[in-house]
Each structure stands twice: as C-alpha cells, then as structure tokens.
Design a protein around this ligand. Structure first.
Ligand code: ZN
Length: 155
C-alpha cells in the first residue's frame, strides 16, 4: 500500500510541476470559468467538441497544487474521448471522492472503490477523499468541465 501511495504522490507532483494542456483555445471553442472560494483556485477551461468528441481541451487559471494537478489530469483524461465517455468518467471520479450530484462533498455517499485500471492516473487523487477541505480543489476542474458540456448540450 505504501508503494501505491508513493506512486500516487508522484503522479500528482508530476502533473503539478508539468501541467498538461495549459493555455486557452480560440473560438468557437467553449470557454468556462470556475472558482473555488474555499481555497482561491481559479480555472479557465477551453473545450472543443466536434461530432460528440472532445477534440481539444486547454486549462488556464491558477490554483493550489491539488487543483492544478487535478486540472492537468482531467485534461489528459478527457482529450479524445466522446462526450458520453467523459460524462461517465466524471461520474466515476466524483464517486471516488464521495461527491454528490450537486458537486458537494457528502459524507453519506460511500466512496466508490476504484482502481488504476478504470481511472488510470486519475486514481492518484483518491487520497483527497480523506481531506474534505481539499475535495473542492480536486473537483473544480471537473465541475467546470460539466458546466462546459452542459453548454454544448444546450446548443
Ligand atoms: Zn485548492
């Protein structure tokens, strides 16, 4: 177990130090902003969707190590996936952190057991569930992503 925790820590640090997909996309890409007042994390998410596939995603803004790392991991995980697959991943990720439908941490929601196979590097963030104050840091990019997908669906 110690080895796995060490691996998770390395993944989080790697994505914090070298965030993937940084920047912004030009229109017509969708631009969504998210803010976590508890910690001061800000995110500007650009999302390009063509024929139901997330063809490109860029992450801007600034935040703490967990939000930066989570935004990077999210961008790497969703790029190239269909919107349906992304929504499924979103639900799995929130389940891992015991987050209810409203995006709030709900201790009554049992954490969904996950493994590296189903979530890939995203599983590295499962330890955050032990620190409820940091959960909003980890879910900020995902909640902002959900907002962007809803905007696309509303078009
Ligand atoms: Zn934060």
């Amino acid at each position: 177990m110690a080895d796995l925790e060490e691996l998770y820590r390395e993944i989080i640090l790697d994505h914090y130090r070298n965030p993937r997909n940084r920047g912004e996309l030009d229109p017509p890409a969708i631009r969504v902003e998210g803010f976590n007042p508890l910690c001061g994390d800000e995110i500007v998410l650009s999302l390009a969707v063509t024929d139901g596939v997330v063809t490109d995603v860029k992450v801007g803004g600034s935040g703490c190590s967990i939000s930066t790392s989570s935004g990077s991991l999210m961008s790497a995980a969703v790029k190239g996936k269909t919107v349906d697959d992304v929504r499924e991943l979103l639900a799995t990720f929130k389940g891992m952190l015991s987050v209810g439908d409203e995006g709030e941490h709900d201790p009554s929601v049992e954490p969904t057991p996950v493994n590296l196979r189903s979530l890939g590097e995203l599983a590295a963030l499962q330890g955050v569930a032990k620190f409820p104050v940091r959960i909003k840091c980890a879910t900020l990019s995902w909640n902002t992503l959900a907002q962007g997908l809803d905007e696309i669906a509303a078009d």
